[in-house]
Design a protein around this ligand. Sequence first.
Ligand code: NAD
Length: 326
Amino acid sequence: MEDNHKKALVCGAGGFIGGHLCQRLKDEGYWVRGVDIKEHEYRKSAADDFVLGDLRDQRVCKKIVSDIQFDELYQLAADMGGAGYIFTGEHDAVVMHNSATINLNMAEEANRTGIKNIFYSSSACIYPEAIQLECDNPGLKESDAYPAGPDSEYGWEKLFSERMYLAYHRNFGMEVHIARFHNIFGPYGTWDGGREKAPAAMCRKVAETPEGGEIEIWGDGEQTRTFLYIDECLNGIRRLMESDFLGPVNIGSDELISINNLARMAMSIAGKNLSIKHISGPLGVRGRSSDNTLIEEKLGWRPATKLLDGMRVTYKWIAEQVKKRA
Ligand code: NAD
C-alpha cells in the first residue's frame, strides 16, 4: 500500500451502494478496504482489500481497524430491504438489533482509533408517517424529522443511530456527516427475491413479461415516491464528506412519480405494452419526496440526473440478468 493514498473503510461494501462507492473511491485514488457479511452478489469488489465479517461482532470491528489508520469511514452496513422486508413487521426485532449493533460497534471503533471523517447513511424512512399521507407530497425537509414518528422500526433505528453519531460528535469531537437517502436505484443492485426496491421490481416485471401480458403492482399504484440514480447518490456522499457540514441532509431526487407511472416508464423503455393488475401488499407511506433546499444551500449542489435516464441504464442491466437466468 502506498502511504500517500487516502485510506477509506467501507462497511456494507458487498451491498448495492457500498459496492458502487468502493469503485468510486478507487477511481478517486483511494486505498479501500471493504467489509461485509457477504460478497457482492453481482460483481467483484473494487476494494483493494475485501474482508468477509459480521459487524455485529465487536471483535471483527476491532480487527478491521487495527492494522491501518483510516482517514475515512463510510458506514453503510444495515439489515435492510424493500417494502416486502421492512413493512410486514415480521423482521422488526432483527432489523433493529442488527443495525443498531453494527452502528454502536463502528462508532466506538472509529472514535477509539481516531478515524477523522465518518459518513453515516440514514434514510428518508426516518420522517414521520403523519406528514406523508398524501400522494402529492411537497418534499420532506430535514427539520420535518421531529416530532418523530417513522412508519417502520427500520426508520426508528436510523433515527437512533443519527442521534448517536451526533452525540459522538458533541462529546468526542468526531467529525460525522449524515445523509438521509431517498430510494437509490441503479444497476448492480438487488432486482429480485423480495428485497428489491420499486424501480428494480418494475424493470424486472416488465423484462420478464411478454408483450401483451400483465404485471402486478401492490396497492392502487397511485402512491408516489422519488428515486435517485446511484451516480448522483455517490456525488452527494463525496461532496458531503469533503464539506464541514454534518447534516443530517437529504440525498434524494424531487422528481415525484406514482408507481403506476414508474411501471409505464419501464414499459416504454422496453417498448412493451402490458396491463397492470393491482393486488394487496405492503405499501409504506402514501407519498414521499425530497426537499433539496438544504443540500443546495450547504453544498451548492443538488442532483440533476433525470429519472428516465437512470431507469434506461437500470432496465438494460436487469433485462440482461433476466435473460441470463432464463
Ligand atoms: P444493501 O442491503 O445492498 O447493503 C447493505 C449491506 O450491509 C449488505 O451488503 C449487507 O450484507 C451488509 N450487512 C448487513 N448486516 C451486516 C453485518 N452484520 N455485518 C456486515 N455487513 C452487513 O443496501 P444499500 O441499498 O446498499 O444501502 C446502503 C445503506 O444505505 C444502508 O444503511 C441503507 O439503510 C441505507 N439506505 C439505502 C437506501 C436505498 O434506497 N438503497 C435508502 C435509504 C437508506
